[in-house]
Design a protein around this ligand. Structure first.
Ligand code: PLP
Length: 354
């Protein structure tokens, strides 16, 4: 009887019967696992097929699979950048991007969140380096806001930089065909590198990938440490993601199945008097400020059958505690209304609403 409003299961594919069946079939046909990394004896036809499908989905030349997007982010910067290069990173990028950048020896610049003036100033300073890479989340997971990719790509062109985006909270549902933030903002041909996850909208099992130019993917196969030194994705997991991509490429109906629900939640919550951060994204952070308030409200929401979680420092900045609600295509309009009603009751009870 409890409704889950805190999963990354944006499209409901984690419980889609065809996705589950594809996993079972892959398990039976290809076994439980490979007991090997990819380059030894850990590559089956399904791994190659999935890489090809990911590249086709994103309209890129090639793709490489990892055990997670955390690994994809851990592997890319060190493999690509040398001490002569520079990486420019949004200050609110995901922890895995920050860790990946820590592992590389490039010169590091951190620009203010989505601040194009600051990025430009840093790009000017970084002209002295051999190569520049701008790294940003496509959609930011704590705030539900979307990187200004058009402007970032314009600056990248002006200052001869490459653009990298992490699309974990965009792949499958942003843009007319669910290709992601680059499709939404009309810059699919301008973004060089995409990292994303198979563990959220694309079936929710596990796994991550990099997709981009073929020479880059070839380089990662030779040099990327999480790829070289970690076990292959198990066949059932490959089966889930592969089927999720098939479903998304057959029609854009699934990619579009959540937008109206997001809109319903955001507008009803705003009308009720709450402040929802971000815009048009299924991550809907209900901004509360106080950490204790966020915790007790989340607890009380559960008592009313709504599963949400309070986020406070250090996951978000001090004084910016919130309850992060995530909308899914499998929520019915009634589910969303039930969630809004519960928030309104709980908000009044705890003084978040007048
Ligand atoms: N990047 C972002 C923006 C994320 O939100 C996450 C997951 O929380 C990751 C990377 C890591 O993805 P995975 O769970 O596939 O390791």
């Amino acid at each position: 009887g409890i409704l889950n409003f805190c999963a990354n299961n944006y499209l409901g594919l984690s419980s889609h019967p065809e996705v589950i069946r594809a996993a079972v079939e892959a398990l039976e046909k290809f076994g439980a696992g490979l007991s090997s990394v990819r380059f030894i004896c850990g590559t089956q036809s399904i791994h190659k097929d999935l890489e090809e499908k990911i590249a086709r989905f994103h309209q890129r030349e090639d793709a490489i699979l990892y055990a997670s997007c955390f690994d994809a982010n851990a592997g890319i910067f060190e493999a690509l950048l040398t001490p002569e290069d520079a990486v420019l990173s949004d200050e609110l990028n995901h922890a895995s991007i920050i860790d990946g950048i820590r592992l590389c020896k490039a010169n590091k610049y951190r620009y203010k969140h989505m601040d194009m003036q600051d990025l430009e100033a840093k790009l000017q300073d970084a002209q002295k380096h051999r190569l520049r890479l701008v790294a940003t989340d496509g959609a930011f997971s704590m705030d539900g806001d979307i990187a200004p990719l058009k402007e970032i790509c314009q600056l990248a062109e002006k200052y001869n930089a490459l653009v990298f985006i992490d699309e974990c909270h965009a792949t499958g549902f942003l843009g007319p065909n669910g290709r992601g933030t680059d499709e939404l903002l009309g810059v699919m041909d301008k973004v060089t590198i995409i990292n994303s996850t198979l563990g959220k909208a694309l079936g929710g099992a596990a796994g991550g990938y990099t997709t981009g130019p073929k020479p880059l993917i070839d380089l990662l196969r030779q040099r990327s440490r999480p790829y070289l030194f970690s076990n292959s994705l198990p066949p059932a997991v490959v089966g889930c993601a592969s089927k999720a991509l098939d479903l998304l490429m057959e029609s854009n109906a699934i990619a579009q199945s959540m937008a109206a629900k997001t809109q319903r939640f955001r507008s009803k919550m705003t009308a009720a008097g709450f402040t929802i951060s971000g815009k048009d994204h299924p991550i809907c952070p209900v901004m509360l400020g106080d950490a204790r308030l966020a915790a007790v409200m989340a607890e009380d929401m559960l008592n009313r059958g709504i599963y949400v979680i309070g986020f406070s420092y250090p996951v978000v900045p001090k004084g910016k505690a919130r309850i992060r609600v995530q909308i899914s295509a499998v929520h019915s309009d009634e589910d969303i209304d039930r969630c809004v009603e519960a928030f309104t009751e709980v908000g009044r009870k705890h003084g978040a609403l007048p």
